[in-house]
Design a protein. Structure first.
Length: 475
């Protein structure tokens, strides 16, 4: 999910270029948008910083609630248009794009509701003689200017998760979309403005790498929200100005453990959805499946039978179930990784080939080497790997062996096994009898180790973008 790609602005001439947006399936031109130069971003940051520094200019809670509620209504009225935009620029099949729009509506409405929960607490003072004769309480204040940098794979809902909580918490925000999918982001920002949010409180910023990094590391930024590759996220965190807080959401190499008591026939549709949803371009996509050795081959074949039936094509086609990868070079990478695994002894059960410049066949591999790229790195493509195990403890150890940890799952009818997996799997969430990509927008959502920093989810993000202030009153 590398969302800071090569520069699109001439540093020598300092002339903004247009960003051409194309359909990733056939590279058909959609629209061009102008990039933003540093001089403009500098002004945006100055204005946003001044808005924050003067608490008299803060938007009252009731106005924020009203703006967000109206935003949700406007998104609802344009749901079909936005779903098509998601499919067209991002390659997510229409059936899933429509779900994303629904989630975006729910997320905005949830932000409006959560504003009422941004409250402080009373602090007891007379627990010791030193504090006697005083009352104290805390209030919540916005943390300051937020800069959000997003990824391509959920081009509307990820923006909602980064921008709407900032608005709800009362923070000015600048948002940089993924280079491939800026139109959904721009549509959301425009809707916010139409709903009554003054433009200076939320700026859409499409810019090149040097400009983006300069914006992110500017000392006027109080909070940096990043969704993208671990390599870039951790690098940017190391360069943040002193005092800038952050949240990083990276990818994982999600493990699934199937225990011998699991209902195999019933779980196959769930695993197919979790593994091939958006052609595997999801940070918690099912990637590594550990099954009892005497069942692994049969499970791999059932998955392969389902995967082979999936319709691959242009995401704007109603029949498409698996769309393109975001760029042709990602198909090259997935092809290289699969070929490497096959050369090292993995068994190809289905797929294993590119279908065109922008698509790769849904693929199931059996027993790829544990040190292959498909076993150790986030594939971010339509590839699922199945491994056999003799002892469930070995499966858990293998699931926990990587430097990435996000969501995991276990399929079992045995309560002891379920609780064992919940306790021992190194993950921020363990799904029982469901795939690893399950999520609702109010739950905590976060990576461990190299997979992320801090916790996402609407309420959790609003908390991160707020800060406590205590008042102590001597009676």
């Amino acid at each position: 999910m590398d969302n800071l790609e090569k520069s699109n602005v001439s540093e020598e001439n300092k002339v903004p270029e247009t960003l051409d947006v194309v359909n990733p399936y056939d590279q058909a031109y959609i629209e061009s948008i102008p990039t933003v130069m540093w001089d403009d971003i500098d002004k945006y940051l100055s204005t946003a910083h001044q808005l924050y520094k003067d608490c008299n200019q803060w938007i009252p809670a009731f106005e924020r609630v009203s703006i967000l509620k109206k935003t949700a209504v406007l998104i609802s009225e344009r749901a079909d248009e936005l779903a098509f935009l998601i499919a067209n620029e991002g390659g997510k099949p229409l059936v899933d794009a429509r779900v994303e729009v629904t989630r975006a509506i729910d997320g905005v409405e949830l932000c409006a509701k959560e504003i009422a929960k941004l409250t402080g607490t009373q602090i007891p003072m007379d627990l010791t003689q030193a504090g006697a004769g005083r009352i104290a309480f805390t209030t919540k204040e916005p943390i300051g200017v937020v800069v959000a940098v997003s990824a391509f794979n959920h081009p509307l809902n990820l923006i909602v998760h980064q921008v709407a909580p900032a608005i709800a918490a009362g923070c000015p925000v600048l948002v940089k979309p993924a280079r491939d999918t800026p139109l959904s982001c721009k549509a959301f920002v425009d809707i916010l403005h139409e709903a009554g949010l003054p433009p200076q409180w939320c700026r859409f910023v499409a810019c090149d790498i040097p400009t983006s990094e300069k914006m992110i590391t500017d000392p006027r930024v109080a909070f940096f929200s990043f969704i993208g590759s671990a390599k870039i996220g951790w690098m940017l965190r190391s360069k943040l100005a002193p005092g800038t807080r952050c949240a990083l959401e990276h990818g994982g190499v999600a493990p699934v453990i199937i225990e011998k008591s699991a209902d195999i026939e019933a779980m196959i549709p769930s695993l197919l959805k979790g593994g091939f949803y958006h052609s595997g371009q999801v940070c918690v996509s099912v990637q590594r499946i550990y099954a009892p050795k005497n069942k692994a081959k049969a499970i791999a074949q059932l998955l392969a039978d389902g995967a082979a039936k999936l319709v691959v094509g242009n995401a704007i086609d109603e029949k498409t179930e698996c769309g393109p990868l975001i760029r042709p070079k990602e198909v090259d990478r997935v092809e290289e990784w699969v070929d490497e695994a096959l050369a090292a002894g993995a068994i190809l059960v289905t797929g294993g080939k590119r279908l065109g410049e922008s698509t790769y066949a849904p693929t199931v591999l059996l027993e790829p080497p544990v040190d292959a790229k498909v076993s150790t790195m986030e594939i971010f493509g339509p590839v699922v790997c199945v491994y056999g195990y003799d002892d469930i403890n070995d499966a858990i150890d293998q699931a926990n062996s990587l430097d990435y940890a996000f969501q995991a799952s276990v399929f079992t009818k045995n309560l002891d096994v379920a609780t064992k997996a919940i306790r021992e799997l190194d993950a921020t969430a363990v799904m029982v009898n469901d795939h690893t990509a399950f999520r609702v927008d109010w739950m905590p959502f976060a990576g461990r180790k190299q997979s992320g920093y801090n916790t996402g989810g609407i309420a959790y993000t609003m908390h991160d973008m707020s800060q406590d202030k205590m008042a102590v009153i001597k009676l």
